[in-house]
Design a protein around this ligand. Structure first.
Ligand code: NDP
Length: 280
């Protein structure tokens, strides 16, 4: 079994991005800018946003932090998004989800300029992803593909089973795998005979949000197991895969933490750099 080291791979991506930012700065005098918008005081969201801004600094990106109170109106947030859309120093806009109840998240995501939509959630970018010509694709799914590529794991012709059909992980990772010529099966809470389906996977992606959901009975010998889950059990981060027994059967497996998680933020930075280069 090979442990897929997302921390190491994401570190390499970040080093490459930092070098490219320096080169572009020398050539153009400009640097990529990422705006993060945090509404309210959810502690987990605050940590995510802080990390993103910290990494911006490390890579030589400009970061524009916007913190709004939890009672912010939808109108006020839409107005801020318009301002960020118009700001030429900003190439990527990230609105941290979840948003408070009085704000319709869909409306906000649709207001972001698709060229600055570094999360890849705007319907235009989702459509382009399905067609197969998207520049900005969702960060976690793209990070998964980069991990597979880094370890030279064959995707083409393989049976990829994705458990979970969310718009942020399950669906986009399925589209990316399909684009790379995998045969895909998408499973969800109504899937019948789930174990049978997952046992037929060459590549199994677990994006369920339930600790230790994927048990050893659900996995065949030699499967590549990608664990997207982030669950807190007794204060400890745990994935969706029952790691110890499953790792004995898997050919490759991502740990939690240190697998898919660190890739997400690296890919966010990569998307911001792509959007910046498009703007030049
Ligand atoms: P969602 O809750 O949006 O989706 C969960 C999916 O799992 C749904 O499609 C649901 O099916 C399916 N599901 C639930 N129960 C079962 C079941 N018993 N059998 C089969 N399928 C089931 O979650 P997300 O996609 O947003 O996130 C999934 C996990 O990934 C979470 O732990 C999240 O924290 C983590 N995550 C990690 C990231 C990272 O950077 N590493 C980034 C984003 C998410 P149905 O649609 O039928 O309800």
């Amino acid at each position: 079994m090979v442990l897929i080291d997302g921390k190491k791979v994401s570190g390499e991506i970040r080093n490459r991005l930092a070098e490219e930012v320096q080169e572009l700065k020398k050539k153009t005098g400009k640097t990529p800018g990422l705006a993060t918008v945090l509404v309210g005081d959810d502690p987990a969201s605050a940590v995510y946003v802080r990390n993103k801004n910290k990494i911006c600094g490390e890579l030589g990106f400009q970061s524009f932090e916007q913190k709004l109170s939890s009672d912010t109106s939808e109108e006020k947030l839409l107005q801020l998004v318009e301002e960020l859309n118009a700001n030429k120093d900003i190439h990527g806009i990230l609105v941290q989800l979840p948003l408070p109840d009085q704000i319709d998240s869909e409306k906000i995501l649709q207001a972001i300029d698709p060229n600055k939509d570094v999360d890849g959630f705007h319907p235009i970018n989702v459509g382009k992803l399905v067609v197969g010509n998207a520049l900005l694709t969702p960060c976690t799914p793209t990070g998964i593909i980069e991990l597979l590529d880094h370890y030279d794991i064959e995707i083409s012709g393989k049976h990829a089973v994705i458990v979970g059909r969310s718009n942020i992980v399950g669906k986009p990772v399925s589209m990316l795998l399909l684009q790379r010529n995998a045969t895909i099966t998408i499973c969800h809470s109504r899937t019948q005979n789930l174990e049978e389906v997952t046992r037929s996977a060459d590549i199994l992606v677990a994006a369920v949000g339930r600790a230790n959901f994927v048990t050893e009975e659900m996995v065949s010998e030699g499967t590549v197991v990608i664990d997207v889950g982030i669950n807190r059990v007794d204060g400890k981060l745990t994935g969706d895969v029952d790691f110890e027994p499953v790792s004995k059967k898997a050919s490759y497996i991502t740990p939690v933490p240190g697998g898919v998680g660190p890739m997400t933020i690296a890919l966010l930075m990569e998307n911001t750099l792509k959007a910046f280069k498009e703007s030049l």
